[in-house]
Design a protein around this ligand. Structure first.
Ligand SMILES: Nc1ncnc2c1ncn2[C@@H]1O[C@H](COP(=O)(O)OP(=O)(O)OP(=O)(O)O)[C@@H](O)[C@H]1O
Ligand SMILES: [Mg+2]
Length: 227
């Protein structure tokens, strides 16, 4: 692979991510890290399946025009993937940076909600919607990364859970930004108003924004009730 690494961006439990160039373009290389506690055969199979699924969904979403990284190269056997490097900072850093205007933050949160709705309209749930997996460029335009836990879905529950994950994170990790989730959900709902009813997908009908927002309320009250 013609990847020229420059700096390591991330070393997590599952993946090591390097920034660099690929064919002269800004790229990242995502390397799957072996999980020592898992049997190597099982670990290889799981890792292979995850990387195949992540790249397949990214390619599909890119084709639909969503702001996600292009997949430029893939070697699932050795657990390596070359992706387009998305510009900007993780949403977590935008929310924590005291010098960024509230106007920019509000716009970013609405845009993020709209992007999540566009993802859901393609019958795809993300599975790990944390403020680390949303990158924001200088114009407040978000992109989504890290589709290792994403899936094609028609069941409303996983759509509701996607919103609940970001709801909990915004509430717990960014309490100073109160009302953040409301702006995000406003963006989620307005995107549907703008685009109309979600189109039928190959596997059937996708839940509407109104249905998913209702399910989020159900998940919230379940969590409140059961602790
Ligand atoms: N396409 C990309 N463009 C820019 N930065 C990226 C890209 N992909 C990953 N990164 C950076 O690397 C970090 C980790 O990547 P990613 O979220 O895909 O891995 P992960 O599956 O969460 O890994 P782990 O579970 O080990 O933490 C991201 O939070 C982001 O900072
Ligand atoms: Mg991640």
């Amino acid at each position: 692979m013609a990847f020229v690494p420059s700096e390591r961006l991330h070393l997590g439990a599952e993946a090591e991510v390097w920034a660099g160039t690929w064919m002269g373009q800004d790229a990242v290389r995502k390397l799957r890290r072996p999980r020592k506690w898992r049997h190597p055969d099982l670990d290889n199979r799981l890792g292979y399946r995850r990387m195949m699924s992540e790249s397949r969904l990214l390619i599909r979403l890119k084709r639909c025009g969503l702001n996600v990284p292009a997949v430029w190269d893939l070697d699932p056997k050795s657990g390596r993937m070359i992706l387009e490097r998305m510009p900007g900072l993780p949403l977590i850093e935008i929310l924590r940076n005291g010098e960024i205007s509230q106007e920019f933050i509000d716009k970013t949160l609405r845009n993020t909600g709209a992007l999540i709705r566009r993802l859901h309209r393609e019958a795809i749930t993300h599975g790990d919607l944390s403020t680390n997996n949303i990158l924001v460029d200088e114009n407040g335009k978000p992109s989504l990364i890290d589709f290792g836990l994403a899936a094609i879905d028609y069941e409303i529950e996983r759509f509701g859970i996607d919103l609940h994950v970001i709801d909990e994170i915004l509430g717990a990790s960014h309490p100073e930004q109160n009302g953040a989730i409301d702006l995000l959900l406003e963006g989620y709902a307005s995107e549907e108003l703008r685009l109309g009813e979600p189109p039928e997908q190959s596997g059937g009908a996708v839940p509407t924004a109104t249905q998913v927002l209702k399910r989020l309320e159900d998940v919230r009250s379940r969590v409140r009730y059961h602790g």
